[in-house]
Ligand binder design. Sequence first.
Ligand code: FPP
Length: 249
Amino acid sequence: MIFFDDIQQKTIPAHIAIIMDGNGRWAQRQGKDRIYGHQQGVETVRKTIEACVDIGVKYLSLYAFSTENWNRDPDEVSALMELFMYFYYTETDNLHKNNICVKAIGNLDMLSDDCRNGMQNLIDKTKNNTALTVVIALSYGSRWEITHAAKQFASDINNKVIDINTIDETIFASYLQTNQLNIPDPDLLIRTSNEYRISNFLLWQIAYAELYFTDVLWPDFNKDELLKAIHDYQGRTRRFGKTNEQLIK
Ligand code: FPP
């Protein structure tokens, strides 16, 4: 078991992104409905936010609903939307009281007015908070985000807002939702439930993130598991394309 004291304070990842997977299997293993797993998943979200504040993580990105998740059974989709709204209504004051800022990425136009307005209220209320920024990826897909950025980018080239000869990675990245919301790239990406995929999450932004996979299902994820992931991350050498010798210099 990893304890808080085993974690080096100097190298705590500033931004942790999580693919919260395994709610359905967790529920089915107990003979319960998949929605029950998602409900427990919300509890884990609450506890993970608390754990990130305690540990000193500055950004936590949560993959709550992908562009592909719209293809699930309509009953599951509407139950998930209800759960998101439940989260906004029950957690807004609490998050604000704890100095937590909430941001959202994704194609929010796809959400119902109620769901979008609940989210917007949470974002507006918490926008000046500084302890931790929680980024909720809702109706999010990285290919959608990049395509959306490319459209705006092309339009700015067309309208001569930017000059094609000056384009570089930084300029293109400034069109991504994350950059427009001042969210840095993740340092550590965690995926639960023994699946080894990225599933269209932050593809551009995780170029140099460390990846951590665990077989724990999302409803069973907790602070101990988070500390384990951070401890593992701290044992890695982040070279960003350089050699070990270059890093020592
Ligand atoms: C994946 O498990 C999980 C989801 C599609 C939904 C994640 C949503 C939550 C944890 C709810 C709350 C989130 C917020 C931010 C309030 P799965 O259904 O694919 O599980 P399976 O792979 O076992 O079927």
